[in-house]
Design a protein around this ligand. Sequence first.
Ligand code: PGA
Length: 262
Amino acid sequence: MEIVPLADAEQVARLAADVVEGLVRARRGSAVLGLATGSTPLPTYRELIRRHRAGSGPSYDGVRCFTLDEYVGLPAGHPESYRATIARELTDPLGIPADRVHGPSPDPDQLATAGERYEEALRAAGGVDVQILGIGTDGHLAFNEPGSSLASLTRLKTLTEETRRDNARFFGSVAEVPRHVLTQGLGTILRARHLLLLATGAAKAAALAAAVEGPLSASCPASVLQLHPHVTVLADGSAAAGLARRDHYREVYAAKPAWQGL
Ligand code: PGA
């Protein structure tokens, strides 16, 4: 794992945008992006849109996107569905057409096979090149809550009260946050070729420390990152505050040969 402690959320966004743009340029129209929702990636998405509008970004023609998860039980087209959210916050402004943006289907009549079908769609696309991730205050990754199998695949999950409370800010109240979701499993996420975990704010400090320096355990789903060969963690000062080896990570990043990239 490469842990990069940065000064603030703006630096996290700039560096994350560099990684996404670098991949899109390198794959020349065949890039597969794994997108996360939640508050953490928003500054990165805004930076990508800013560069796109300024004319300095890459062409997104041909780029395909896969989201990590989706609420179950919201009316179709609900503004807080992850399909609507990712279109509004990123893919529409970048000009990526809706038929190139995929998510697990919450269609109530086909929920039993939704996970398998999403796994198949990911495989058919050749897998995700770079997967953007946030981390929950309880250590969850996507909607894989503590106790999730480290080998899990896309499936229906029940949200904890903590996560529903965390997400209530996007809805009118906790009661309006759905209880069920479809989420890529931890095993699904591990198949992406590059994992880019973004963590900002003091509320993430304990979860981030447990994920990268604690034991590998289903009790901290994000600790599964320790099994992946190419993980980059971009953390602002507050989120990195709980890392015991913070100074070491800084030293390593400062001395990194430029040709290596992230
Ligand atoms: P956040 O959520 O980015 O809104 O803090 C992260 C997560 O729950 O994975």
